[in-house]
Write a protein that binds this ligand. Sequence first.
Ligand code: R5P
Length: 301
Amino acid sequence: MIVLGGSAGAHVGFELSRIVSASYFDVEVREFPDGELYVRIPVDVGGADVVYVNSLAKRPNDLLVESVLTLESLADLGARSVEAVLTYIPYARQDSRFSLGEAVSAGVVAKLLKSLRVERVYTFDLHLHRFRDPKQLFGENFVNLTAVRDLVKYVANHYELGDCVVVGPDEEAEQWARIASEELGGAPYTIMEKKRISAAEVVVKPRDESIVREKNVVVVDDIISTGGTMVETVRVLRSIGVGDIYVAATHAVLAGTAYSRLIQLDLGDIVASDTVLSPLSRVHVAPIIARSLPSALIHSS
Ligand code: R5P
């Protein structure tokens, strides 16, 4: 088995290769003067089982093209099997047509990924609001993993949480709040009702104020992008009167000034996974990927 890392996937790919005792190579990626991408696989993949790792955040358009070029080339070059691990898949939040004429980007990206000649596509905590199961959109060979258990374990192992409550900042986060509550031995959880005002601005209202009052709070979410959701959630929780606040989010995309806005909140801690590499990445997802790959592949490496 060979592990290949795309230009934003080397940190996870390399660690994965060590765990599964496979060789690791960076895919060569360069930009032509006109902005087009050049991709080259630096090793003979003929007859090999290949795991490709990339994270499509921050430069979503380039990284999507880079990954598609790489994955299709692996099939062309005769790889025996290809597992595509895209730790962050962009465009998932536009999973509906909110105004007339809009592209339903999640559907278009899903179609593109489904068309690739790969065995499976893996990702983490995919944000799909209107779909109960991402397989509805991305097909049967789609594997949606979660980093939330490990994030919450990290917080619980590093801090004295005492009598704490889990909060999801919107309806969609209930699935992650439930997982976090299980990890915390059945701690109570609640969610906020969120209304988006603009790309960076939201208002949130707690569904149940009394449950969080004077308690330490663990806020769990899938993505921190502009930070608007977290900043507002923390403001509202503090206005109710809570103890220490810890934030755990899978993907720290940290667009624009999000990082400085978050650290100014002076929270107990903010932890994210390394699906998107950032100063908040404390939890490594490579072990989760290693456990999810078909065991026949691991034994062949
Ligand atoms: C959306 O509903 C997601 O679960 C996140 O809450 C959201 O994407 C975070 O975005 P931002 O940090 O820009 O508020």
